[in-house]
Design a protein around this ligand. Structure first.
Ligand SMILES: C[S@@+](CC[C@H](N)C(=O)[O-])C[C@H]1O[C@@H](n2cnc3c(N)ncnc32)[C@H](O)[C@@H]1O
Length: 323
């Protein structure tokens, strides 16, 4: 990007592990694919469409909370703050936090960390145009590597925003690792803002991940198209069906791709043949839902102190501010 207020950093690890992770995931006894690989340029564009669907209450609810409470959230943070966003996507919601920061400080640096380099550039270009007092550092990296990179730049206090209920993608064992990693990287002067989708009527949840227009289905199937392109696979997306189902025991929506027939898929770059029976699924994403007390317990257990909870009037979504 040709702007002196933009610094682009691409870290070695971002996306470089695709081949090995796909091999492991598709040769496991229960086939799966890591959801971080949804986000190629087509996946980013589809996620933006999902964000605007009537069924997908998550984005508009979290946005409304930020719009209402950004000033109060920033008011709980030290002065001369820098903003960090993990999984920044289109960098839309962060605008409310940027507005509140710039209302009380002259300049601001926003570190956007995302696995998708294309998404980063698109998301931050308009921000630079709209905010002349903003500098942006776009870090194309996985969450941990991105935070590790930021540790080398240890000046201002930071508010680390992890929005969009992306925390819900972690399984029970992964969330402990993620919080431990975050705790290691956050200093006492830093703050964490975590967007969490709350448990609700399973019908509402299932509709959010299986919309009437079929955009989420396209988003799910697009991962196969990506593997065709990037690993010379021969998946025929028409032979798979999107399924989103509420798993009550594990308190999560699961997204799967169901094979509509017995088939053998060749992944040439991995020299791998994947056999699928009719009805067998590839598990592509988990979206865990929490009670407020459940998430608060997890945060506290991992050494975070909850400074504020910000919820919508229907209690659908909660933003936790912690130190
Ligand atoms: C569910 S979207 C949320 C986007 C945005 N934060 C929002 O609230 O609308 C998840 C974002 O995290 C990024 N992402 C997913 N897994 C990642 C990983 N392991 N490391 C870095 N970024 C990741 C994706 O590229 C995507 O932009």
């Amino acid at each position: 990007m040709d702007d002196e207020r933009y610094t682009g950093i691409a870290l070695r690890h971002a996306q470089s592990t695709l081949a090995e992770e796909v091999r492991q995931a598709l040769t496991a006894s229960k086939k799966r694919l890591p959801c971080k690989y949804f986000y190629d340029p087509e996946g980013n564009a589809l996620f933006e469409q999902i964000s605007e669907l009537p069924e997908y209450y998550l984005t508009r609810t979290e946005t409304a909370i930020l719009k209402r409470d950004a000033a109060s959230i920033i008011g709980h943070c030290p002065l001369d703050l820098a903003l960090v966003e993990l999984g920044s996507g289109s960098s839309t919601k962060i605008r409310y936090l940027i507005d509140s920061c710039l209302a009380r400080q002259q300049e601001l640096t926003y570190y956007a960390v995302d696995i998708s380099p294309a998404g980063l550039e698109n998301g931050t270009r308009q921000l630079l145009h709209d905010y002349p007092r903003l500098c942006v550092v776009g870090v194309a990296a996985e969450f941990e590597d991105g935070l590790g990179y930021l540790a080398t730049d240890a000046s201002s206090p930071r508010l680390v925003a992890f929005l969009g209920s992306t925390i819900g993608n972690f399984a029970e064992d992964e969330i402990a690792g993620f919080f431990t990693m975050l705790r290691r990287h956050l200093r006492p002067i830093d703050r964490l803002l975590l967007g969490v989708d709350l448990i609700k009527d399973p019908a509402v949840l299932e509709a959010a991940y299986d919309d009437a227009q079929g955009v989420t289905a396209q988003f799910n199937l697009n991962i196969l198209v990506r593997l065709n392109r990037e690993l010379s696979a021969n998946f025929d997306p028409a032979t798979f069906r999107h399924r989103a189902v509420w798993n009550h025991e594990r308190s999560r929506i699961e997204m799967h791709l169901v094979s509509l027939r017995d088939q053998c898929v060749r992944i040439a770059d991995l020299d791998l043949d994947v056999d699928l029976r009719q009805g067998e699924t590839i598990h592509t994403e988990n979206c865990h839902k929490y009670s407020r007390s459940g998430m608060e317990w997890l945060l506290t257990r991992h050494g975070f102190q909850v400074l504020g909870r910000f919820t919508d009037p229907q209690d659908q979504f909660c933003l936790f501010l912690t130190s």
